[in-house]
Design a protein around this ligand. Structure first.
Ligand SMILES: CC(C)(COP(=O)(O)OP(=O)(O)OC[C@H]1O[C@@H](n2cnc3c(N)ncnc32)[C@H](O)[C@@H]1OP(=O)(O)O)[C@@H](O)C(=O)NCCC(=O)NCCS
Length: 269
């Protein structure tokens, strides 16, 4: 059997794998993904999106990250974000997801999410007023408050944006830019809004994957397979609580090289 045929999956395969992972009707998910990780998916990204919406049902909610931040964003170069038009860099599945008529995207200029389901207004409204991208007023924390799960589809912890929530809550010294930026946002009605926000400090090397084994050992995460893809389902609030405790004790726990980072951002560790 050719490699391609061996790893061809369709709607029913993905649905079964999601159910086997423990996802059920009414669940709330934030999904980070790689389409190619499955092997070949019949009918592409839409099949994955359909399976995600089916497994949580009408009562459930699915969010995807539709991030747009660039390493040049900052006070001298404010991000310009149009909720209808600015493309995301988080992959084909989020790109197709946010084109769906029922989806709604949050207005944060760098860390927006797009969602479908009854909890979307609670999760995304006011994201642009959150002074930091992933803090308590962001969809990332609100999803955790609703007992939501992070689902990593064929990607590892390096793609787990909610880890930044823990960094923000623990106030680690390297994560945010020091000066706020006046970001320019166009909303669904075409209104231009200026928001005074603290932006992500890009370029600080992290080692997020180090929490992978710990999360599994602690029962905060379980793993499954679909085709060639590894699926990870993480209880978001349990992960945040656990990680905030660790970061309180060791703020550099997630950094690749704390000495170099502290030098780079102009502080002494
Ligand atoms: C960057 C990333 C999206 C790349 O993954 P990928 O699988 O290569 O790309 P996509 O998910 O966009 O899927 C498109 C690719 O799937 C493949 N593809 C196309 N049709 C396909 C199908 N029917 N079945 C399977 N794969 C297919 C192609 O290789 C395509 O790439 P191309 O458009 O360059 O030809 C992924 O590695 C990643 O990081 N995802 C998480 C992003 C995220 O949430 N980040 C948060 C940061 S804090």
């Amino acid at each position: 059997m050719s490699r391609m045929l061996k790893y061809t999956v369709g709607f029913e395969d993905i649905l079964l794998s999601l159910k086997e992972l423990g996802i059920k009707q009414g669940d709330v998910l934030l999904v980070h993904s790689s389409l190619s990780s499955f092997g070949y998916v019949r009918c592409g990204a839409d099949t994955v999106i359909n399976a995600l919406l089916e497994v949580v049902g009408q009562e459930g909610t699915v969010l995807v990250p539709t991030l747009t931040g660039k390493n040049t964003d900052g006070p001298q170069n404010p991000p310009i974000f149009n909720v209808r038009e600015t493309p995301c860099w988080t992959g084909r599945i989020p790109t197709e997801f946010m084109k769906r008529r029922q989806s709604r995207r949050s207005l944060h200029p760098t860390h927006s999410v797009s969602g479908i389901g009854p909890l979307v207004p609670f999760l995304i409204n006011g994201h642009e007023n959150s002074t930091t991208p992933c803090g308590k007023a962001s969809p990332y924390y609100r999803l955790a408050e609703k007992s939501g799960y992070i689902l990593l589809v064929g990607v590892d912890q390096e793609s787990n944006t909610t880890i930044h929530t823990a960094e923000e809550l623990a106030k680690v010294p390297y994560h945010m830019q020091r000066e706020p930026t006046d970001a320019i946002i166009s909303d669904y009605e075409g209104n231009k809004i200026i928001k005074h926000l603290y932006l992500h400090r890009w370029g600080v090397p992290r080692k997020f994957q180090r929490i992978d084994g710990e999360l599994e050992k602690l029962g905060i995460m379980c793993k499954g397979k679909c085709g060639r893809s590894t699926l990870r389902l993480i209880n978001s609030m349990q992960m945040i609580d656990w990680l905030v405790d660790i970061l309180h004790n060791d703020p550099w726990y997630l950094c690749l090289n704390s000495f170099n980072v502290s030098e780079k951002i102009g502080m002494h560790s």
